[in-house]
Design a protein around this ligand. Structure first.
Ligand code: ZN
Length: 503
């Protein structure tokens, strides 16, 4: 029998091999989005599938399972960090091996068919064309919840995949507050608020000048260009090959510079998290991001709590104005700040502002739960969708394209994923508030162009731990309490009451 130390080294080696394969897959994906010629797509898919299958085989091999069981049995002889890595890896292994190969095959097939049906339904702007394929996929999702196992509610099994430990009984009270307080406040803003003209933000802004400005913003927030780079892509994203190579992409709309700025800062926030993960834990659980919700908190805290604050633009607006003097002629920082924070209900989630966004998520959360528990049939989904948009956002959805067919998530088999977007904003508000409490001069420093204290706070309280703690534990340790949506609600109420001159 080899020593515990040798077996831990073997474990590390095997997990890093899996990470290397996954990094190669990620690099091929990045290349497909950023560089690759159109004709290469079909062979590229094959190459990605081959490497991904090899990684999956390693991650689910009997040999790895045995090694993990052995190490877990002697975990008291490991350091605390090593024991934590092993425990999480064993849990990952059990989850990865729960779904029979035949189920995985069926699911992949149903997903591909649902995607085709979704595209066809969008072309025809007719939800009914999507119903059979989506129904088949939902049936498989229900089957998956039974295979994975769950307590209390089948939806918990799906949530757990993206936000470990998140449950319906945790989310229901959060979203109940969003439902009552946020939708009421949104309505009040519409009815009583004083809006600001933001038409100047839709003038033409030279694309190259926008690009250069975005690079400066990334540098200012602490993104390390020696451990990353920025490119353009249709759908912006962040991709990690290691903490020393974390890349971001952005998109540039000539008539909407705030789209580029929001994207740069958002993806930059994701990237700061990945660049802040401990290098010595590469490939191991303690070297990986803990959950989608926490990841999204890192992008949104920079995009919204920092990047849409008055303090931030007190420093940045003069340089922005200098880069676009004609477009901002006669505009001061106060007018600019109000203009970039105009909010209004709409139909499309990805175009929603930081306030209405969560009402879009609430609609999806309630519908997903109902579909999975079987209280809603797919055939009635469009009707239910439109009714909720009327009730929560007070808008009449004009058609399926701008309604129930707008997101790609469901046909990609991603259910239980949407709530992590809202969790991101809720965590973000709580983290930012705590950081300001710890460093009361933070807003003044940000107004002077220095956000390094905030980056330091996130590095110290969040990034360095990887997956050492669950999202809930991490929040508790960083802020002294569990996730509390009240911080987010207080933040939007204070901010928008002032911007919209509510008494
Ligand atoms: Zn994001």
């Amino acid at each position: 029998m080899s020593s515990v130390k040798t077996r831990y080294e073997q474990y590390t080696k095997e997990l890093r091999q899996i990470a290397d394969y996954n990094a190669a897959v990620a690099l091929l994906h990045w290349d497909s989005e950023v560089n690759a010629p159109r004709k290469g797509a079909s062979f590229r898919s094959q190459q990605i599938a081959t490497l991904a299958a090899a990684a999956h085989q390693l991650a689910t091999s009997d040999q790895l399972g045995q090694l993990l069981e052995d190490l877990y049995a002697v975990r008291t002889q490991l350091s605390e960090q090593e024991a934590r890595n092993v425990a999480i890896s064993l849990d990952d292994y059990h989850k990865a091996t729960k779904l029979p190969t035949e189920f995985v095959r069926q699911f992949a097939k149903a997903r591909a068919e649902a995607y085709q049906a979704w595209v066809a339904a969008r072309e025809a702007n007719d939800f009914q064309l999507f119903v059979p394929a989506l129904s088949a996929l939902i049936d498989l999702q229900r089957q998956k919840t039974r295979l994975m196992g769950f307590k209390d509610h089948p939806y918990n099994a799906l949530l757990d995949e993206y936000e470990q430990g998140a449950t319906v009984s945790q989310l229901d009270p959060l979203f109940a507050q969003v439902r009552s307080e946020l939708s009421q406040f949104a309505r009040q803003l519409q009815q009583e608020g004083k809006s600001t003209d933001d038409a100047f933000l839709r003038k033409a802004f030279d694309k190259d000048a926008q690009w250069n400005y975005g690079i400066e913003l990334l540098k200012n927030m602490g993104y390390d260009f020696e451990a990353g780079r920025q490119d353009r892509s249709v759908h912006p994203f962040t991709v990690t090959f290691s903490p020393l190579d974390v890349r971001v992409t952005t998109r540039i709309d000539e008539h909407n510079p705030m789209s580029m700025i929001g994207t740069c800062i958002h993806e930059g926030g994701h990237a700061l998290y990945e660049q802040g993960l401990p290098q010595e834990q590469y490939g191991l659980p303690l070297g990986a991001a803990v959950s989608l919700g926490i990841h999204e908190s890192q992008s949104r805290v920079w995009e919204n709590n920092v990047g849409l604050s008055k303090a931030y633009w007190q420093h940045h607006f003069p340089a922005f104005k200098a880069a676009f003097p004609v477009q901002f002629d006669g505009c001061d920082v106060d007018t600019f700040y109000r203009a970039i924070n105009q909010v209004a209900p709409n139909f499309i989630r990805v175009e929603a502002d930081e306030l209405h966004y969560h009402l879009h998520i609430l609609v999806r959360y309630e519908l997903e739960k109902a579909l999975i528990e079987g209280s809603l049939e797919v055939a009635d989904l469009e009707k239910a969708w439109n009714a909720k948009y009327k009730e929560l956002l007070n808008v009449d959805v004009p058609d399926a394209l701008r309604g129930v067919l707008q997101d790609v998530h469901w046909c990609e088999g991603l259910m239980g994923y949407f709530p992590t977007y809202s969790l991101g904003s809720f965590y973000a508000a709580q983290f930012f508030r705590k950081a300001c409490e710890t460093h009361p001069t933070l807003p003044q420093e940000i107004a002077a162009g220095d956000s390094s204290k905030f980056l330091q706070w996130t590095r110290q309280h969040l990034h360095q731990y990887g997956r050492a703690y669950s999202p809930q534990e991490l929040c508790q340790r960083a802020t002294g309490e569990p996730l509390n949506v009240q911080y987010f609600l207080d933040y939007v109420r204070a901010k928008y009451s002032e911007i919209y001159s509510l008494s």
